[in-house]
Every structure is written in structure tokens, then in C-alpha cells.
Ligand binder design. Structure first.
Ligand code: NAD
Length: 316
């Protein structure tokens, strides 16, 4: 049997250097952040572990060629780029580091909400252009407003905590968590329709699944309050972008802030150019702290997998 020090790890997508150092201290670790798919398929037979983010596609061919592969480590959340069935069928573990980005995405969500409420991107652009639109800008306070959270997992929990601190009334819809959990988080559990009807701000924190695809569509928007503001830092595809644009143009939706899009980068569309739309380039997890945490959490998990120890975030 191979000893730990004889094992080899390939990091195919960059992770934080603290994570790289942790892996290097365990066994030989190669980093090739621009490796071509064909070279990866060629070389994978040498490695016991492969570390990826979203760039590298872990196909069934790759898994089958990786005769020594014991574990795939996906830095961050989401495993859409990994053929999970092929990993399961070939006895390859899949682990990730899902907790690392919750604070970063939660804080960005509040930042996006404040950007909409106080029109911060507009003010910034105007002042830099030599204008002083003080009297045109009358924003809104978050305090006292109703925030509807669609899904209250790790990130939704963080947003609930912060929104409560801002004095918002937080309501939530998540069919998979208990009433007790809602009470612990000081979030009022409501049905989906009630959430749509009562919220001044709606923030989405659900995964992208068949069930959640286009969950904000024309019918959902029709049920919302006039002047609602919608924030999405979860995944593109949860909101029907055409319905969103139509309702921004009609004034039914007062503003929307998006960190994620159906297609990334998005086409230079009417939606992103709309004056009441604030956009960011999928930066939810892009903080120094979240990236360091993701790298070190993943490295610890991969080392545990290679040592045969118990795992915290095993997907397969
Ligand atoms: P999580 O798995 O902790 O929570 C997801 C929650 O969604 C769960 O509580 C689940 O019960 C709920 N849910 C599932 N289906 C639902 C439905 N039909 N209706 C309502 N709730 C439903 O996930 P998380 O770590 O909180 O991540 C939430 C989202 O944020 C995911 O889409 C993730 O991909 C995304 N994300 C974005 C960024 C970014 O950079 N913007 C970074 C990390 C995660």
C-alpha cells in the first residue's frame, strides 16, 4: 500500500496559498492553473487527489483515467462541473468547502440592498462626472422594511442575522427547514405567496435546481408589492431575466441588484444597462478572508480524505 508521503496532489485551479502550503506539507503537490483538458486527461493517472474550482471540468473520462484518484476537492460550493455519478461509480470521494463564503456573500447582499436603497452607484457616477445631484436623491432606510428571504441555508442565515441588526422585519420561505430553525433566526416563516405579497425587498439564496429554475417569473412578480426591490447573489436562472426587465420598465419593480446571471459574463443587455439595476461580476465569495478560509478548509478536507479520516463535507 502507498504511504502518505508517496501520494501526489494536482491543483488545477488556483486556491489560496495557505491551502497550497497545507497540501505541500502533506505530500508532493503540483500546481498547474492553466492545464489544458487534454493534458489533464493524459497526466491524471499520476495523482491521488485533484483540486478544482469551476474552471476544470471533471468528466467521466478523466475519472476513469485517474486510476490512483482517491478524492476530488472542489474549492467553494457547487459541483456542477464534476461528474458525480462517475466519481461514485469509481469509488472517488468528492469534498468541498461550503462554509467559507457565507459571510462574504451575506455581506455583499446587504451591500447590494443598500446600493439600491440609497442609489450609491448613481451618486458615485454623478459626482465623478462633476454633478451634484443631492436634491434628486432621496433614498430609503432599511430599518422597518420587510425583507423576504427565499431559502435560509448558510447564506440566508447570515443575511437574516445582518438584516435583523438593521431593524428589518425578516420573513422567509424555505420548505426544507424546521419551524424551530426559523424561530432561532428570528425569521417569520411564511408561504411563498405570502413572501411575494408582503416583502419590500426580496433576496434569493436558493440553489439552482429544476424546482427553483425561474422561480421569480411573471406570475411571481405580479403578486409582489408595487415598488419591490429584488436582490440575487445566488445563481443565475432563479429569476426570469425577461420578466425582470419588463417589470423594471413598467416601474412595478423599483430596482434590482444582481451578482449572478443566466449567462456569465452577461450580454451587454438592456437589463444590465437599466438605470435601476445594480450589477456586480459574481463577486459574492471574492473576499480575502473567504478565499483563505475556502483554501484551508478544502486542504484540510483533502488531507483527511487521503488519510482515510472522517470528513466534514463529503458529497460522494
Ligand atoms: P445551502 O445549501 O446552505 O442553502 C440552500 C437552502 O436552499 C437550503 O436551506 C434549502 O432548504 C433551500 N432550498 C432548496 N430548495 C428550495 C426551494 N425550492 N425553495 C426555497 N428554499 C429552497 O446553500 P448556501 O451556501 O446558503 O448557498 C445559497 C446560494 O448561494 C446557492 O445558490 C449558491 O450557489 C450561491 N452562492 C453564490 C455565491 C456568489 O459568489 N454569489 C457564492 C457562494 C454561494
Amino acid at each position: 500500500m502507498m504511504s502518505d508521503s508517496q501520494k501526489k496532489i494536482l491543483i488545477a485551479d488556483a486556491i489560496a496559498s495557505v491551502g497550497v502550503r497545507k497540501l505541500e506539507s502533506f505530500c508532493k503537490t503540483d500546481c498547474d492553473y492553466s492545464i489544458a483538458p487534454s493534458t489533464l486527461v493524459e497526466n491524471i493517472r499520476e495523482y491521488n487527489a485533484l483540486i478544482v474550482r469551476s474552471r476544470t471540468k471533471v468528466t467521466s473520462e478523466l475519472i476513469e483515467r485517474g486510476r490512483k484518484l482517491e478524492v476530488i476537492g472542489r474549492c467553494g460550493v457547487g459541483v456542477d462541473n464534476i461528474d458525480i455519478e462517475a466519481c461514485r461509480n469509481n469509488g472517488v470521494l468528492v469534498v468541498n468547502s461550503p462554509l467559507a463564503s457565507s459571510i462574504a456573500v451575506g455581506e455583499l447582499t446587504i451591500g447590494l440592498m443598500l446600493s439600491l436603497a440609497r442609489r450609491l452607484p448613481y451618486c458615485d457616477k454623478e459626482v465623478k462626472s462633476g454633478n451634484w445631484p443631492k436634491s434628486d436623491v432621496r433614498g430609503y432606510e432599511l430599518n422597518g422594511k420587510t425583507l423576504g428571504l427565499i431559502a435560509i441555508g448558510r447564506i440566508g442565515t447570515e443575511v437574516a442575522r445582518l438584516a435583523n441588526a438593521f431593524g428589518m422585519r425578516v420573513i422567509g420561505y424555505d420548505p426544507y427547514i424546521s419551524d424551530e430553525r426559523f424561530r432561532e433566526l428570528n425569521v417569520i416563516a411564511v408561504s411563498y405567496d405570502e413572501l411575494l405579497m408582503q416583502s419590500d425587498y426580496i433576496s434569493l439564496h436558493a440553489p439552482f435546481t429544476e424546482e427553483t429554475k425561474n422561480m421569480i417569473d411573471v406570475d411571481a412578480i405580479n403578486m409582489m408589492k408595487d415598488g419591490v426591490r429584488i436582490i440575487c447573489a445566488a445563481r443565475g436562472g432563479l429569476i426570469d431575466e425577461n420578466a425582470l426587465l419588463q417589470n423594471l420598465e413598467s416601474g412595478k419593480i423599483a430596482g434590482t441588484a444582481l451578482d449572478v446571471f443566466e449567462q456569465e459574463p452577461p450580454n451587454a443587455s438592456k437589463l444590465i444597462g437599466h438605470p435601476n439595476v445594480v450589477v456586480t461580476p459574481h463577486i459574492g465569495a471574492q473576499t480575502v478572508e473567504a478565499q483563505d478560509r475556502a483554501g484551508i478548509d478544502l486542504a484540510n478536507e483533502v488531507v483527511a480524505a487521503l488519510k482515510g479520516e472522517s470528513l466534514r463535507w463529503r458529497i460522494v
